[in-house]
Design a protein around this ligand. Structure first.
Ligand SMILES: [Fe+2]
Ligand SMILES: [Fe+2]
Length: 294
């Protein structure tokens, strides 16, 4: 791929952004009450669905669990977007501001700014805690935000974006799901489709430009990112909301074949793409297996 291909894609994405961008402050009626009888995540996507712990919960408790699960996913979304914005702005700093590619990077940051406000408002509306990252992953995120470039930067971005995309795409069309969650998901899916396109093309270019040693190191960082996303999509803390101890709930979810299927299903497109670019393998393979995404 040449520089001009890069500019062609960026120009196209800039036009698409101008035509289809949403301001959640305007598009969403934040004063509307939540509706009764709706799930917050499709029930079959709940991390405990089908387990004996799930069988022990009342219908109301199951709905409450999904309320906390969607809050956990949105919390991970905000955390991740904050890292992503830092990566993109650092990348932009080195670029020519008249280039479409640079301008699209800024446009994507603008999208993510709105998304993080939207997720924050949604968590507030759900009345749940913000499910923050544990200290080890918090430190890892800080390190990635401060240092990641090239293949490991774009691969980490893609893993998070594509997994969220699969989950939100499904939720946005499921009528059993709370209208607020569906609307937030719909807005996010439309805008993220452009980000995925941008990251996929950029990742391909960055892999071609990277040396062998660089790629070996990046494979390991990518695997650790995949592990984080797979294992922390649902925070262990959510289970307390339905009276289940965090460690017990987390263990049951990790062993749950339904949840394992959900992770593989959500990860399948990005796993296929990263395999095609030979970014999955080496010493990081064990982390990929533990991520549940393979
Ligand atoms: Fe986003
Ligand atoms: Fe994004």
């Amino acid at each position: 791929m040449t520089i001009s291909d890069r500019e062609v894609t960026a120009s196209r994405l800039l036009r698409a952004s101008a035509a289809h961008s949403y301001d959640p402050e305007v598009e969403i009626d934040w004063d509307a009450p939540l509706t009764d009888g709706h799930w917050f995540v499709p029930p079959h996507r709940s991390s405990l669905y089908g387990t004996s712990l799930w069988e022990g919960l009342s219908h109301e408790q199951r709905v409450t669990l999904t309320r906390h699960e969607v809050a956990s996913i949105a919390s991970l979304g905000v955390w991740f977007e904050t890292i992503l914005m830092q990566l993109l702005i650092r990348d932009y700093y080195r670029q020519d501001p008249t280039a479409a590619h640079a301008q699209y990077a800024l446009t994507e940051i603008a999208d993510e700014c709105r998304h993080s406000v939207m997720f924050g408002r949604m968590i507030d509306k759900l009345g749940t805690p913000v499910y923050g990252m544990d200290p080890v992953n918090q430190a890892l995120g800080k390190w990635i935000a401060a240092t990641a470039t090239g293949p490991r930067m774009y691969a980490a971005i893609l893993i998070a974006e594509e997994i969220l995309d699969a989950l939100q795409r499904e939720a946005s069309t499921d009528e059993r799901v709370q209208p607020l969650v569906r609307m937030v998901s719909r807005i996010h899916v439309v805008e993220e489709a452009r980000h995925v396109r941008f990251a996929r093309e950029e990742l391909r270019r960055q892999v071609l430009a990277a040396g062998k040693r660089r790629l070996a190191f990046d494979r390991l960082v990518i695997a650790r990112s995949a592990y984080l996303i797979g294992a922390r999509l649902v925070s262990p803390q959510v289970y307390a909301a339905v009276g289940i101890e965090a460690a017990a709930g987390h263990r049951a979810a990790r062993a749950n074949p339904h949840h394992q299927r959900t992770l593989r299903w959500a990860g399948r497109r990005v796993v296929e793409f990263l395999s095609e670019l030979d970014l999955i393998g080496g010493p990081g393979l064990a982390l990929w297996r533990r991520s549940g995404l393979l």
